[in-house]
Design a binder for this molecule. Structure first.
Ligand SMILES: [Zn+2]
Length: 177
């Protein structure tokens, strides 16, 4: 369980933050995010140097994906000769808002799902190939569409418990701000 109170600040130690970054920027993005955390204000050249074994284009792509995911930002410095240097930093502040919005959506979805689970009965064969609504199970004479074995009513407690657990996990995070 990982409950986030009102003072929550996103960090790479948080599995939800890591999950978000992997989803948006891949494992390479997460690796780069860790690198930026450990090397604040590192130049693009130094990043490429640290990941020498990779293709520069792939490292650049991962950096930009990280930026598009609002997890990194850069500052451009132009010297007197017109040479540009990019300095990168990890910036997770925006993710705080993004994740809270996602959790709010997820919570809404879970509440709808819970209501649906409570209001409906499901059937499945002993191998649980498919979870079929009672109304739909009638249409197929309570035979599993996969193995054709008879289906029996399912105890929805497990599904409801999983949804409840996630709801409890999300709610304290959203109650404040
Ligand atoms: Zn079956």
């Amino acid at each position: 369980m990982h409950v986030r109170g009102p003072d929550w600040k996103p960090s790479l130690d948080d599995p939800e933050v890591r999950g978000y970054i992997i989803e948006e920027a891949g494992e390479e993005g997460l690796e780069l995010a860790r690198h930026l955390r450990d090397h604040p204000h590192v130049s693009g050249v130094d990043i490429l140097d640290s990941f020498k074994e990779r293709k520069a284009s792939a490292v650049r792509k991962a950096l930009y994906r990280l930026m598009e995911a609002h997890a990194a930002e850069y500052e451009k410095d132009t010297d007197s000769k017109g040479w540009e240097t990019f300095y990168w930093d990890l910036d997770l502040e925006e993710i705080r808002h993004i994740l809270r919005r996602r959790w709010a959506d997820e919570l809404l979805h879970i509440e709808k799902q819970l209501k649906f689970e409570e209001d409906h009965e499901f059937y499945a064969c002993p191998d649980r190939h498919r979870r079929i609504l009672f109304e739909d199970a009638i249409d197929i004479q309570f035979k599993c569409p996969v193995c054709h074995k008879p289906m029996e009513p399912l105890d929805g407690a497990e599904v409801r418990q999983a949804l409840e657990a996630r709801r409890v996990e999300l709610e304290p995070a959203l109650r404040h701000g």
